[in-house]
Design a protein around this ligand. Structure first.
Ligand code: FES
Length: 101
């Protein structure tokens, strides 16, 4: 099996019991996941895109994490995703969108 170059994780607020209904989900992360998948396909970025449970940084959501780079982005929108993927293609990060502790 060929492993993808990147694993992009997007919080969709899943809880151990029950439906996704936390902050990132309410901010539209489901649609953002679809957008990221389409953009990666269009750009030829070899990435697996997964939705996750709450990543415990809800106040800065919606959250997108790019591995293995360990880049944690907050407050993502389609426009920010465009910038983030532009930077990823250049091997860089968008410092302004990275979340801090
Ligand atoms: S619901 Fe997304 S970080 Fe908590």
């Amino acid at each position: 099996m060929k492993k993808p170059d990147f694993h992009i994780l997007v919080c969709n607020s899943y809880r151990v019991a029950g439906d996704a209904q936390g902050y990132c989900n309410k901010q539209g992360s489901t649609d953002l996941i679809q957008y990221i998948m389409e953009e990666c396909g269009d750009r030829g970025i070899d990435a697996a895109v997964s939705s996750t449970a709450c990543l415990n940084v809800c106040a800065q959501g919606p959250i997108m994490v790019i591995q293995p780079n360990n880049l944690w982005y907050g407050g993502i929108t389609e426009e920010k995703i465009d910038d983030i993927l532009d930077a990823l293609e250049e091997g860089e990060a968008v410092e302004d969108y990275l979340i801090t502790d």
